[in-house]
Design a protein around this ligand. Structure first.
Ligand SMILES: Nc1ncnc2c1ncn2[C@@H]1O[C@H](COP(=O)(O)OP(=O)(O)OP(=O)(O)O)[C@@H](O)[C@H]1O
Length: 406
């Protein structure tokens, strides 16, 4: 802002200077040229040319003076913007997490580290560990969750509760690697392989810090994110079911018998690799079974099979879209799923049915939901309360939830 004031003062000085110069330049032709004319040294035409030249110069130098009002208005706008910027700077410098850090996301492959598989007395193994995690919004860096530490073991389903706007969805976004504003560490212990290491990197623990690795983490099949309104891809019902795990496997039905080398009569045979390694595209029977598991078997006859193209977000109700998303989940079989009000459009019976299916599939879930009926499907509940910036206390608590009895 100092520079702006200096500019203003300089402009005022310039106005004074230009005004004086204009008077001088008007007098100059008469003072210099007139005696020469009377002495017969120059002709009258030269006087006219001189006056014209002086006026031209005068016009150029007067531009700043004529535009002075516009420059003043411009400077006032800049000044107001500067004050606004100062206020923003002041707000963020009051932030308790200054200087800004990043949430550290770490992937640890337990496949070759058996000691990690028997960490707890119950024999369960760690799936997710959150250490001193503080979550901020990405734009204005408002603090939402302070110093959260917790561990989630396999089948230790966690319910996240709290008033609207406290940061439940933001927490899931941070776990999914979508948000990085804040500080702390999130470690995911996975059995599935994740190729984020360079060929010459031998470490089994990978800090997913750069964007490339981060996007691979997001694509990683070990963690699945189900939002309240699932994304419906343009295409066939088959493509809906294969998304996002096998995004280009449109060909799974015909391919299952031909392009992968299997003869047609092998098509119906169980394929153990689909259960143990869900990275191969499921066949038509797998897809129909998944639809039946989520009570959407009727879609196959309604839409004449799996291969007609529709605007699925228009022809399916939100509840049906949510069930379709669960069918994707059951086909994909990740280690961990983040359910962000993923059953909000369903009746309680359908909701219970889906949770039973996911639990039976051995998928651990962390869910957000407002219905009290959800409690019985989870073993722990994480309660988030509104943050008070003046208090340094954590704004969360964990309690045991009624054990899910499947
Ligand atoms: N992209 C964003 N940029 C800035 N602020 C955001 C962003 N997304 C959400 N917020 C703010 O962060 C706060 C927490 O939002 P979040 O969606 O995590 O709350 P929630 O607890 O899940 O709420 P609800 O129960 O209503 O879904 C809200 O005040 C919201 O306005």
């Amino acid at each position: 802002m100092l520079n702006l004031q200096q500019l203003l003062i300089s402009t005022r000085n310039l106005e004074f200077f230009t005004s004086s110069y204009r008077h001088l330049i008007q007098i100059l032709p008469a003072a210099v040229v007139a005696p020469m004319y009377f002495a017969g040294k120059i002709e009258f035409g030269v006087i006219t040319q001189s006056v014209s030249a002086f006026n031209h110069i005068l016009g150029d130098f007067s531009l700043i003076v004529y535009e002075f009002q516009a420059i003043s208005a411009f400077s006032a706008v800049i000044e107001r913007l500067g004050e606004f910027d100062d206020v923003l700077d002041y707000t963020s410098s009051n932030d308790p997490l200054e200087p800004f850090d990043e949430i550290q996301l770490t992937y640890s492959n337990v496949k070759d580290s058996p000691f990690l598989l028997s960490k707890t007395p119950s024999g369960a193994h760690k799936l997710l560990e959150i250490e001193s995690l503080s979550v901020q919004t990405p734009t204005n860096k408002a603090l939402l969750i302070r110093d959260l530490s917790l561990t989630v073991c396999n089948n230790e389903h966690l319910l996240v509760t709290g008033p609207s706007g406290t940061g439940k969805t933001s927490l899931l976004r941070a776990i999914a690697g979508l948000w990085r504003a804040g500080r702390g560490k999130i470690t995911f212990y996975a059995k599935h392989t994740l190729d984020v290491t360079a060929p010459n990197e031998s470490s089994k623990t990978v800090d997913i810090h750069n964007d490339d690795k981060r996007s691979k983490y997001r694509d990683f099949k070990g963690v699945f994110f189900l939002p309240q309104r699932p994304y419906m891809v343009l295409g066939t019902l088959r493509q809906q079911l294969l998304y996002p795990t096998w995004p280009s496997a449109q060909d799974s039905a015909p391919r299952s018998s031909i392009s992968n080398g299997l003869l047609p009569f092998f098509e119906d045979a169980p394929r153990p690799e689909v259960v143990s390694a869900p990275f191969l595209p499921p066949n038509t029977n797998d897809l129909i079974k998944a639809l039946e598991d989520v009570c959407l078997g009727y879609l196959v006859s309604r839409f004449s099979g799996l291969d007609t193209i529709n605007e699925w977000s228009s022809v399916l109700s939100l509840g049906e879209q949510q069930r379709l998303a669960f069918a994707r989940l059951l086909l994909s079989r990740p280690d961990l799923v983040l359910l962000d009000e993923s059953t909000s459009a369903l009746d309680e019976a359908n909701e219970a049915h889906l949770y039973e299916k996911v639990n039976a599939a051995g998928i651990t879930y962390i869910s957000i939901g407002h219905r009290t009926s959800l409690g019985k499907f989870h073993k722990k509940a994480l309660q988030i309360t509104p943050i008070h910036l003046e208090s340094k206390q954590p704004n969360w608590s964990i309690k045991e939830s009624p054990v899910f009895n499947s």
